[in-house]
Structures are given as structure tokens and as C-alpha cells.
Design a protein around this ligand. Structure first.
Ligand code: FAD
Length: 158
């Protein structure tokens, strides 16, 4: 198994122990490497991925050094499976089809932190769709608060 990452180990957004364990398990890291296209066979099945070598320039808005492509450094990796993991965000399917539910500027649902109530009557929200990428324990806590609030609603009304 291989991990392709366009910056260097120093900029990796993962805990040092996780990187270390991945290496111990034999995962090969292609650092300063950026995928540019996938290749397939005549049946449309994935056969490989083309990558470019990168170098680090000046820091960008995130404070991390900006990766810059090294022209002409293309090479190909053979593969029949790729998992694209480039950050996380709200799945817009539900929120875009519910225009009367208030969202924040990042597309996450606005909910009362104490009850989980949203701006739409009878709808509660909690977890990553409210906080953005966070933790299991926060999502579970929000679920408990929402369950209490739903119980109140069913007993006493909104
Ligand atoms: C790589 C990675 C590692 C992590 N490691 C940790 C860790 O070590 N410890 C920790 O505490 N947290 C960790 N997290 C964060 C943790 O996974 C999340 O905070 C947590 O799962 C949030 O729970 P949730 O119920 O809010 O959302 P999710 O677990 O994302 O559940 C949302 C569910 O809704 C479903 N869904 C989405 N849209 C629709 C729709 N329109 N209709 C029906 N279903 C829909 C999704 O398929 C999903 O099953 C990690 C996250 C990632 C990505």
C-alpha cells in the first residue's frame, strides 16, 4: 500500500505516531508527490496513476510551505485501487435540498449547542455536520443532548 502526499513529512496533517505506525506496517510513502491523472484500460478499469514530483516554496495562507510542481518530473505508479482523501467537508446533498435550514459559511448546519435544535421545526443536528471535522466523543455528546431535547419536544412541544 502506498500514500501519495504533495508536501513533506513535516507538513503531514496526522499525528507522528500514526505516521510511524503506518511505516511499521509497511506502507510506502511517496512524499513531495502530487497525483495528476488516473489511467485505465479499454474496459475502463483503473491501471495506474500519473504523478509529479514537487518541491516546497514559501509558506502559504495555512502557514505551511507551498508545494510547487517540478516540470517534466512525471512518473507513473501501477495501481488498481485509489482512495482519494483530500480533506473533509459537509455532504451538500441533504442541506442543499433543505433551503429552510440555516447553514453557516462553510455549509455546516447551525444548531443550538445545548439542544441540537436547527432552524427547521422538528429537525435536530449534531456531530461533524454542525462542528465540522471533530471527534467521536463530541458527536456522541451532541446525540445525547438532542435525544433529551427530542423527548422534551414529544412531551411538551417545540
Ligand atoms: C481519517 C479519520 C480519522 C479519525 N480519527 C478519529 C479518532 O481517532 N478519534 C476521534 O474521536 N475521532 C476521529 N475522527 C473523527 C470522527 O470520525 C468524527 O468526528 C465522527 O465520526 C463524527 O460522527 P458523526 O456521527 O457526526 O458523523 P459521521 O460518522 O460522518 O456519520 C454521518 C453519517 O451520515 C451519513 N450520511 C451523510 N449524508 C447522508 C444523507 N444525505 N442521507 C443519509 N445518510 C447520510 C454518512 O454516510 C455517515 O454514515 C476521525 C475522522 C477521520 C476522517
Amino acid at each position: 500500500m502506498k500514500i501519495v502526499y504533495r508536501r513533506s513529512r513535516q507538513e503531514m496533517p496526522a499525528r507522528g505516531a500514526e505516521i510511524h505506525h503506518a511505516e511499521e506496517e509497511g506502507i510506502e510513502f511517496f512524499l513531495l508527490t502530487n497525483p495528476t491523472r488516473f489511467m485505465g484500460d479499454e474496459k475502463g478499469r483503473l491501471t495506474g496513476m500519473e504523478c509529479l514530483r514537487m518541491e516546497l516554496g514559501e509558506p502559504d495562507a495555512s502557514g505551511r510551505r507551498r508545494p510547487i510542481a517540478i516540470q517534466g518530473s512525471e512518473f507513473q505508479l501501477e495501481t488498481d485501487l485509489v482512495i482519494v482523501a483530500v480533506g473533509s467537508g459537509a455532504n451538500p446533498l441533504l442541506t442543499q435540498s433543505t433551503p429552510d435550514m440555516q447553514l453557516n459559511q462553510w455549509g455546516y448546519i447551525v444548531a443550538d449547542p445545548e439542544t441540537g435544535k436547527t432552524s427547521k421545526k422538528g429537525v435536530w443536528a449534531g456531530g461533524d455536520i454542525v462542528t465540522g471535522a471533530a471527534t467521536v466523543i463530541l458527536a456522541m455528546g451532541a446525540g445525547r443532548k438532542a435525544a433529551d431535547s427530542i423527548h422534551q419536544y414529544l412531551t411538551w412541544g417545540w
